[in-house]
Design a protein around this ligand. Structure first.
Ligand SMILES: [Zn+2]
Length: 509
């Protein structure tokens, strides 16, 4: 009897020792094979360090989604162990942080993670795209920010993440995966931000690859509906991306991109959707009765999300580059990241002759209509800085933000005799900065002014820094579009002057 116990102890010890080898990385393990009570087991070996103690952090929020989501709330049973398997003291400090008393002797930390949403319809407030969702036998959507954390003292360390998964499942993601065997994948990332930037969808594969110029695009689709559908969606996405490529002067600024599209059937005729952009991928969540409405809905979303490869990916401030997941300082330039992105999705289709002038005017009117629900006197830069507290006003960034883009485009074209607008400006900014070089938040308006025209500084000061209503009437009138301020609607002028027609041509033809 004694002998058996000794053998078991030795066996346990060797297992523990195996998990103990510390490298210069966080070595994570996520087990999607043994999901119990809707909870996933996660564990990691801390990177080599010289710390006596440390604070383990789960994010309060993530880039692109400025509501405080407190991912720590889904974590339970967080425990730390030494090399003999003995527990080390852990003190929960608040919803997102845990103090590890003796990091020096900690070789393993383990915890359970509950998923953040289950079904698009039944969840309060709908699906939350930055959280994760696991269904053992059909699909898992992994946003690492919901499963993986970091030590506050070691924020810049790399990650190796080993994932145990169903042998039939395929991992769709922008980060490269090493397929060790049927049930084991390994993902790596140079730091936490890059890891969080590359979500994964695990399911039986329904994938289509596209080549758009030099860019490889993966369209990966999951639905409980029996049809394979990635090809249908990929055809739509392909036409959008080809037009975006032309709009951006023939070259897309990324080498690889992935669309991870999840669909579930809902009992009514509505269409629900949620999405979150990343540097090289987008997660799109949809609910609809059947698949028919999906391609059309996806086109608009795909267009917006893909334009994010320009900004923030290639044009962003230090606040984005050095994003603090626990206590983020937000940038004042959401008018740029979201507003200009949304404007490009309005401008590109008309410029590329995918839609006509009537349809373009209709989309402007929708934005004007959308803007009515919000405070038109609120400074957009201030609202950006306070986005977490001003969730009531935040969605205006997609309405007024897009119209700031429109007025800025018209003003730039006016000052350059039609030669260049926002299309050129964003490309010039992307060239100047790029993915690894951030601008200083406070200097962007002056920088753009230097790159364009002295008069542009006044535009930013009046309409972005201060909360003045936009000069829609005088801007649109230059292109022969009438704006009726009492009804807040835009119509095409009955008999535009030659000058107006010429301006319109430079702007949208
Ligand atoms: Zn966006």
């Amino acid at each position: 009897m004694k002998l058996i116990i000794t053998i078991i102890t030795l066996f346990l010890l060797s297992v523990n020792l195996q998990a103990q080898v510390q490298t210069d990385q966080y070595q994570y393990k996520i087990d999607l094979l043994n999901i119990e009570n809707d909870k996933v087991s996660v564990s990691f070996t801390p990177p080599k360090n010289k710390l006596k103690s440390a604070t383990f952090v789960m994010p309060k929020l993530v880039p692109g989604y400025y509501d405080a989501m407190n991912f720590g709330q889904h974590i339970s049973e967080l425990k730390a162990f030494d090399k003999t398997g003995k527990e080390i003291g852990v003190a929960k400090q608040d919803v997102n942080t845990w103090k590890i008393a003796d990091l020096e002797h900690t070789v393993k930390i383990s915890y359970q993670v509950e998923d953040g949403w289950e079904y698009l319809v039944q969840n309060t407030g709908g699906a939350k795209s930055p959280t994760s969702m696991f269904k053992k036998d059909s699909v898992s959507i992994i946003n690492y920010n919901a499963l993986v954390g970091y030590f506050q003292e070691l924020p810049k360390t790399g990650y190796t993440v080993t994932i145990k998964k169903n042998p039939d499942f395929y991992a769709s993601s922008a980060l490269p995966f090493d397929h060790k065997n049927d049930t084991t994948d390994v993902a790596t990332a140079v730091d936490y931000r890059r890891l969080v930037d590359a979500p994964v969808m695990y399911c039986k594969p329904d994938t289509t690859w596209l080549k758009v110029g030099d860019t490889k695009v993966l369209v990966s689709f999951y639905s409980a509906a029996p049809e394979k559908y990635s090809k249908v969606l990929a055809d739509k996405i392909s036409s959008i991306l080809e037009n975006q490529r032309a709009y951006l002067g023939g070259k897309l600024p990324v080498k690889d991109y992935a669309f991870l599209i999840y669909h579930e059937s809902i009992p009514h005729n509505g269409l629900m959707g949620d999405g979150l952009e990343h540097s090289n991928s987008t997660v799109c969540l949809y609910g609809s009765k059947n698949l028919d409405r999906l391609p059309q809905a996806l086109m608009r979303v795909a267009s917006h999300e893909f334009f994010h490869v320009l900004t923030p990916l290639n044009v962003h401030s230090e606040e984005i580059q050095e994003f603090n997941f626990l206590n983020p300082v937000l940038s004042q330039h959401f008018w740029l990241y979201e507003g200009m992105t949304e404007y490009a999705t309005l401008h590109m289709p008309v410029k590329q002759h995918m839609i006509n002038l009537d349809e373009f005017v209709k989309s402007i009117n929708e934005k004007i209509d959308g803007m009515k629900k919000f405070d038109d006197t609120l400074s957009m830069t201030l609202m950006s800085k306070q986005a977490i507290e001003r969730q009531d006003q935040y969605m205006n960034i997609y309405q007024k933000g897009a119209l700031i883009g429109l007025c800025l485009d018209i003003r730039l074209r006016e000052l350059s005799n039609g030669k260049s607008g926002t299309q050129d400006l964003i490309l010039a900014l992307a060239k100047k900065y790029g993915p690894e070089r951030a601008f200083k938040d406070d200097t962007l308006f002056d920088t753009i002014t230097k790159m364009t025209h002295p008069e542009i500084r006044e535009f930013f000061s009046k309409y972005v820094e201060k909360g003045n209503p936009l000069p829609l009437k005088e801007s649109l009138q230059k292109a022969g579009l009438d704006y009726d301020e009492t009804t807040a609607t835009v119509t095409i002028a009955k008999s535009p002057s030659k000058k107006q027609v010429a301006f319109r041509k430079m702007w949208i033809d």
